[in-house]
Design a protein. Structure first.
Length: 211
């Protein structure tokens, strides 16, 4: 079973969109699960992330759904539910097997999911996926965001391969910004998992990381 964990340099950078692209790509070679360990804001009238990313080609699973659109720990407290790293890992390990799994974290990579301060990097250490994809908005500032997120994951001594996905979530970047972002990623010796353009441009997948 191949496992990809999708996180972000921040919230609202397009993690669900990228998770859907990955799920659709992986569905060509077997059964796919899209897993959302924690979802905040499930009660604000928008579609849940896991089913939205899964579409018609994958099986969605949400392990803990919280109604308030807040940080996971705050949303769990408001809902009267306990949120901890062991609880999430135990729920994850009870899922049925699949050919592929795409797991989407909530918010950015350093968002706490345990009252002790443990976060998504610690979740990655616990489940040991094959690949961590950090979604970074493809705009001015992306190089800094990518470097910070990747450095943070590496500071946790994570052995899993970490790569960045550049996603133009809100605006169409200029050609100069697009080129500078990719040059900066390469110069920083960061792997590029893929990229997705503004609106309906066809996504590009890494030939070496996503076969």
């Amino acid at each position: 079973m191949s496992v990809i964990f999708v996180t972000g340099s921040d919230t609202a950078v397009g993690k669900t969109h990228v998770s859907g692209l990955l799920a659709r790509r992986l569905a060509k070679s077997g059964r796919v699960q899209v897993i959302k360990p924690v979802e905040s804001g499930a009660g604000v009238g928008r579609p849940a992330d896991a089913p939205r990313a899964a579409g018609s080609w994958a099986e969605p699973h949400t392990l803990l759904s919280l109604p308030e659109p807040l940080a996971p720990l705050a949303a769990a407290e408001r809902a009267g539910k306990k949120l901890s790293l062991p609880r999430l890992v135990n729920a994850y390990r009870k899922l049925p097997s699949s050919t592929h799994r795409v797991i989407e974290g909530a918010g950015g990579v350093a968002v706490p999911i345990d009252s002790s301060g443990l976060d998504w990097a610690d979740f990655v250490k616990a489940i040991q996926p094959d690949l961590v994809v950090v979604v970074v908005e493809d705009r001015l500032g992306a190089i800094n965001q990518a470097r910070l997120a990747v450095a943070y994951l590496k500071s946790k001594k994570i052995k899993t391969t970490v790569a960045v996905w550049l996603n133009a979530a809100h605006v169409r970047p200029s050609r100069e910004v697009l080129k500078a972002n990719r040059d900066g990623i390469i110069q920083s010796k960061i792997k590029l998992a893929g990229e997705s353009g503004y609106k309906k441009q066809k996504p590009i997948f890494s030939a070496t990381l996503l076969r």
